[in-house]
Design a protein around this ligand. Sequence first.
Ligand SMILES: NC(=O)c1ccc[n+]([C@@H]2O[C@H](COP(=O)([O-])OP(=O)(O)OC[C@H]3O[C@@H](n4cnc5c(N)ncnc54)[C@H](OP(=O)(O)O)[C@@H]3O)[C@@H](O)[C@H]2O)c1
Length: 318
Amino acid sequence: MERKNKVLIIGGTGYLGQHLLQRLSQIKDTPFDLAFTHYSTSTPPQPLLDAIPHSLAFHVDLQSGEGFQAISRQFGQPHVVVNCAAISVPRACEKDPATAMSINVPRSLINWLSSFQERYTLLIHLSTDQVYEGVKSFYKEEDETVPVNVYGKSKVAAEQFIYKKCSNFAILRSSIIFGPQTISPVPKSLPIQWIDAVLSKGEQVEFFHDEFRCPVYVKDVVAIILSLTNIWISEHKQMQLLLNVGGPDRVSRVQMAEAVADIRGHNAALIKPVSSSSVDRGVISPADISMDISKLVQTLNIVPTSFKDGVKLTLENA
Ligand SMILES: NC(=O)c1ccc[n+]([C@@H]2O[C@H](COP(=O)([O-])OP(=O)(O)OC[C@H]3O[C@@H](n4cnc5c(N)ncnc54)[C@H](OP(=O)(O)O)[C@@H]3O)[C@@H](O)[C@H]2O)c1
């Protein structure tokens, strides 16, 4: 029987992790053996297990490293590990910096990986646009990282740790990831669905006119991870890659709301532009962390979906 390549997703129960698992399990005659980790519940959600019946699930705590030895025993050395696990809400990181650092810098994962023949495993790690300071437009990968909050600092520390300890990696600095809800709904609110819900109430809502991002459609992020996985498996050449992962459009929060209003037929007059400095969110949020994604497009030949098309696809079945 042909041996399949092993793909392990850390944080398979999260927003990106579930979308990734769903896509990988849909590949016809899949060349992958799949495993994923979950954390806050003793068993993964049943709808997720039903959707990906041929995968192995492991309970893993990144803080303590508990659970990795079971993966060694039952799954073995993965060819590709995608780290989607994190404390991904900046306000939560601000409240508990020690926990944010201990989870977002994946020391236990990387120490575990170092017990294997390292040249056989590629680590694909999710970082963030919040490593940038937010004082200019269209950051490039080589621009200095100046994180302004704990979340960004923990992600910079993670990147530095990976550079120091790993031989083969791809670090993806992702902007806001948006798209449809997951098979098993995630607890955090999804950006497009949230805007749609508040505007549909018919009440005036404040949005920032001076905070800019390059939101990226979730299926594009999945396609990027799949492309990197295929390159690694087919070429097996050393990889040390840092990529900005964003959509092609730089949009303010007001423009995000306007796109949703336009597509859903909500009254655009409900959108009240305000400055981000007028609201205390319990965490500093960088103003303009729009990114230049030309390296992504050139390296992988993937052109991400426009913001407007992504919003249409997101709300199609909502
Ligand atoms: N979503 C975005 O807009 C966005 C933007 C930029 C970058 N990113 C980055 O992309 C990655 C994926 O984001 P996401 O939105 O999919 O995250 P998410 O929905 O918040 O999922 C986080 C995942 O981390 C797991 N986890 C939390 N604490 C853990 C621990 N102590 N040990 C092991 N696993 C733990 C969770 O497991 P349980 O659910 O089972 O507890 C869950 O699977 C993250 O690194 C995030 O920082 C996301």
